[in-house]
Structure formats: C-alpha cells, structure tokens
Design a protein around this ligand. Structure first.
Ligand SMILES: [Zn+2]
Ligand SMILES: [Zn+2]
Ligand SMILES: [Zn+2]
Length: 265
C-alpha cells in the first residue's frame, strides 16, 4: 500500500521568515526558505479504495495549508505534543466538521488530551459559551507510545521521543516515520525505526539547542536508523535551503513546505 506524506510546514516555532528579522534567509526569495509552522499530511487508500487523509498536528497556518493543497476532507488528526506551533490551527478544523457533517477524531497522549480540554474549553465545553457559536466538534482518543491504533484501516504507531525533558511522540505509518521536535531518541524507540523507507526528522540548525536535534545530530540518527531516504524538518532561519542541501549525503534532503513524498511498502 502506498503512503503519501506531504510536508505542510517545515519551519521552527516562529516560522521563517521571522517577524522583524532582516537576515539573508528571512529575506531569501527562494520559496524553499519560506517555512510555515510544522505539520504534515498523510494520505493512503482504505480497503474499499477510498482515499483517506490524516493530519499530523494543526499548525497556526492550517487554513492556508488546507487551501494550498485543496484538502476537502480529513479522517483524523494525530498530535505529537502540545506546543503552540503544533496546535494553534485547531479552530480551523471546524470547516471540516461543516463540510463532512461529522465530528473529527483526534488522537494524542492522555496528557495532551487533558491539556486540549483545559486550554480550549470553548471547544470542549461549548455549553459554557455565552453565545452559541460555531466551534469544532472533536472526538479525542488517548494513545500510548508503542501501541498501534487504527485510522481508516491503517496502523499508526506512536513513537516515544524526547523533546528536551518533555516526552512527546512521533508516528510510524507503514515504512514512513515522522519525528519532529526531538532532541533524543529513547532506547525503546530505536527498534521501531527499523526498515524505514522514509524518515522525517527534526534538524533545527547548526548550533546546539536544548530541545531539538542539530543538523549533525540528525545526521547521526539517520546513520543509525538507515532509512532509504531522510528529510529534515522544523528548520530555523539559520539554515538556507540551497546552502545546506548540496552538503548532505545523497539520500538526505532538506524538507520544504509542500514537498510530497511517496512510499510504497
Ligand atoms: Zn515545534
Ligand atoms: Zn532571519
Ligand atoms: Zn515543541
């Protein structure tokens, strides 16, 4: 079965260009240096041959990302963690409720589910809103790292990652893994990354950072995991696409917004 992964956004938490920055990368005219906040879209066909679409995270640019890719329906959202750059497009999911006339399934660790319910009370406790208003209808499902769950006939395996001191998850779908926002891969996750066709991996910048892999550290992970192809994401304005890509090994690429990667398995 073919899995298609589209990188909707490949920037770090403030995006690139940064507000108020006049550095060379922020002023670059190369569209690959224009990076939305991080999110991805996974597509595959279910057993009946219907195309299914699942979002990994809802970045603040969700609306423009969905318009750019002409997404007409989604079959679920999986969250990696509860940082603003990965969540704050959540309100725009209501358009899919309207178009599809149904609730949207949302998958996240229990801690993240609790945080969503607490942070977005207007969504999850709409009866408390003063005016009746159009809010998303989201059906939350807790997930556990290492335990696969099903979305539209396909296994999704949450992978434990460490984001500084914060435990978060990446996801493996078939032979594709998406591992954003990580600074370390714990021992239990390495075996779950075997035989990958595609690895998408956090590679923030050249300099050390307490909660993200550097480019060199990401290359070390790639060396160990040995995917057939690897793509960097969550990239800061320190990195100019055209400077970095030629320096990388043949099977390693700098991700960019809108890049679609196909994997047969
Ligand atoms: Zn992030
Ligand atoms: Zn800049
Ligand atoms: Zn984060």
């Amino acid at each position: 079965m073919t899995v298609t992964l589209t990188l909707l956004g490949t920037g770090t938490s403030a995006g690139v260009p940064l507000i108020g920055c006049t550095c060379d990368v922020c002023r670059s005219t190369d569209p690959r240096d224009h990076r939305d906040r991080p999110a991805a879209m996974v597509r595959y066909h279910d057993e009946q041959g219907t195309e299914r679409t699942v979002l990994i995270d809802t970045s603040p640019e969700l609306r423009t990302q969905m318009l750019r890719h002409q997404v007409m329906r989604i079959d679920g959202v999986v969250y990696t963690h509860n940082h603003a750059d990965h969540i704050f497009g959540i309100d725009d999911l209501r358009r899919f409720n309207a178009v599809q006339n149904e609730g949207i399934a949302v998958y996240a660790e229990q801690r993240v589910v609790d945080w969503l319910h607490g942070t977005f009370q207007y969504i999850f406790q709409p009866h408390k809103n003063i005016n009746q208003s159009f809010v998303p209808t989201l059906l939350t499902h807790p997930i556990t790292p290492g335990s696969a769950f099903d979305i539209a006939g396909r296994d999704w395996l949450p992978l434990r990652l460490m984001h500084g001191k914060l435990p978060i998850v990446g996801y493996r779908i078939g032979n594709v893994a998406y591992c954003t926002d990580c600074s370390a891969i714990p021992p239990e996750t390495w075996p779950l990354l075997e035989d990958l066709d595609v690895l998408v991996i956090d590679a923030l910048r050249y300099k050390h950072h307490p909660t993200h892999l550097t480019i060199d550290q990401a290359l070390e992970v790639i060396d160990q995991v040995k995917p057939r192809r690897a793509y960097f994401t969550h990239i800061a304005h320190d990195v100019r696409h055209a400077d970095l890509e030629p320096k990388l090994p043949e099977h390693v690429f700098v991700g960019f917004d809108g890049l679609t990667i196909e994997s047969g398995d």
